[in-house]
Design a protein around this ligand. Structure first.
Ligand SMILES: *Cc1c(COP(=O)(O)O)cnc(C)c1O
Ligand SMILES: [Zn+2]
Length: 439
């Protein structure tokens, strides 16, 4: 692998780079995204030169760069930023009551600039790619990474190329990449096929900078999700629930909490729960059997396209995160995901795409299995916005009534007033089964 031409790349803080498989240490060159010796995952460590405190950070504008002492920022560079992070932590009311939990918060990552948490990683990694003189950025994606890369590359003045599975990318995400001006390669294959294509292309031409989540620089930005949760709550919660696809986010969030703990900024660590969809559950199925490696899935299938991944690249980091935190992996069905998506919308007014609803479906399951108890403080990460996947929204069962003319519309509206209020607004199992078998 060509590691580029950079020597002595300078950061604002001391930065270390190490392979988690073979243990070799490297110069912290942002061009290094996998171990040149063994191909293993790399881990970045940022050692702040000043003492950290919440008051230092809270005096700054909220968002990813508020925590810059723990981020790998190139010396003298201006962040490629548009206000990512600083997403609301919302306490659930009616839905929490419905599933039997007292203190559930959701971190609404759909409120990031391109509508998913991916923006946290992209502001850091694209800033580095630009400083390191990359010509083009490239990414394999189920959709959200592509949307985020396209936007941040546009802002940085870099070319972007995205590789997405043909016919399996949610419409909103594909539309974003096109609008932001990425070149779009639609592959007749899965996300995993797209990712291996990107890895090969990057080895052929070092001017291409890869932004998938094996890129450890990107995960540094995603750590800030943990910082914000801890800052909002004043400490770590009991549980953090995260939908798992490539398993980068759960790894990054765990890393963030560990760092806060090491720097004495929180008094305890949360337990991490990773949620996968039944048809794409290499980690959850391995976890049930007590295995040390994933049971890879060659043809992953789920309505939650953002986690429709059978070979999660970050599995070693994610397994460590869940083990170290005394957490769990759990799988949920498409029906359960859909119920959670609709329940969040209709009981709380919060719109998310199906993959994000997996964290609520997982919470509901873990409560019923008594893994999580009703009085524990839970944060569920809602990874992406409902507008990402208009087709999924349109599948939610509701009354849609045709009115032939204005008078007819008046009578239809008046007829609807009669329908009782307070009836359960979430769909029945039968309704969900109908929807899921028709899609
Ligand atoms: C990327 C993504 C995920 C999965 O995150 P990983 O880091 O790949 O595990 C989940 N939900 C949404 C909406 C995403 O965009
Ligand atoms: Zn190695």
């Amino acid at each position: 692998m060509e590691s580029g031409v950079l020597v002595g790349f300078e950061y604002e803080q001391e930065v270390k780079l190490r392979c988690i498989s073979c243990g070799l240490e490297y110069e912290p060159n942002p061009r290094l995204t996998r171990c040149p010796r063994c191909g293993g995952l790399l881990d970045v460590e940022v050692k702040p030169s000043t003492e950290l405190s919440w008051s230092l950070w809270s005096s700054r504008k909220p968002g990813v760069w508020r925590y810059r002492e723990l981020l790998p920022a190139a010396k003298g560079s201006t962040p490629v930023s548009m206000g990512e992070g600083a997403t609301p932590l919302v306490r659930l009311g009616r839905l929490a009551e419905r599933i039997g939990a007292e203190r559930v918060y959701v971190k609404h990552e759909g409120q990031n600039p391109t509508g998913s948490f991916k923006d946290r990683g992209m502001t850091v990694a694209v800033t580095l790619a630009k400083a390191a003189g990359a010509r083009a950025v490239v990414v394999a994606s189920t959709g959200n990474t592509a949307a985020s890369v396209s936007a941040y590359a546009a802002r940085a003045g870099l070319k972007s190329i995205v590789v997405v599975p043909q016919g399996k990318t949610a419409l909103g995400k594909l539309g974003q990449s096109i609008l932001y001006g990425a070149d779009v390669v639609e592959i007749q294959g899965s996300f995993d096929d797209a990712l291996s294509a990107v890895m090969k292309a990057v080895e052929e031409d070092y001017r291409l900078y890869p932004l998938n989540s094996f890129n450890p620089w990107r995960l540094e930005g995603q750590k800030t999700l943990a910082y914000e949760i801890a800052e909002s709550l004043g400490d770590a919660p009991d549980w953090v629930i995260v939908p798992v696809g490539n398993a980068g986010n759960i790894s990054a969030i765990w890393k963030g909490f560990r760092e806060l703990y090491q720097h004495g900024l929180i008094s305890r660590l949360p337990r991490m729960a990773g949620v996968q969809a039944e048809g794409a559950a290499p980690l959850a199925r391995a976890w049930e059997r007590g295995l040390n490696r994933p049971l890879f899935v060659d043809r992953p299938e789920t309505i939650a396209t953002a986690i429709r991944i059978g070979h999660p690249v970050n599995w070693p980091k994610a397994l460590t995160a869940v083990r170290e935190s005394r957490g769990v992996f759990v799988k949920v069905s498409d029906d359960e995901i859909m119920w959670a998506q609709i329940a969040l919308a209709r009981l709380e007014g919060i719109g998310v795409e199906p993959a994000s609803a997996a964290s609520i479906a997982g919470l509901r399951k873990l409560l019923s299995k008594e893994v999580i108890s009703p009085d524990e403080i839970v944060v569920a990460v809602l990874t992406g916005h409902s507008l990402k996947d208009p087709e999924a929204m349109l599948r939610a069962p509701t009354r849609r009534i045709l009115a032939r003319n204005p008078e007819d519309a008046v009578s239809k509206v008046l007829g609807l007033v009669e329908i009782e209020l307070g009836k359960d607004p979430t769909p029945s199992t039968r309704q969900l089964e109908e929807v899921c078998t028709n899609t």
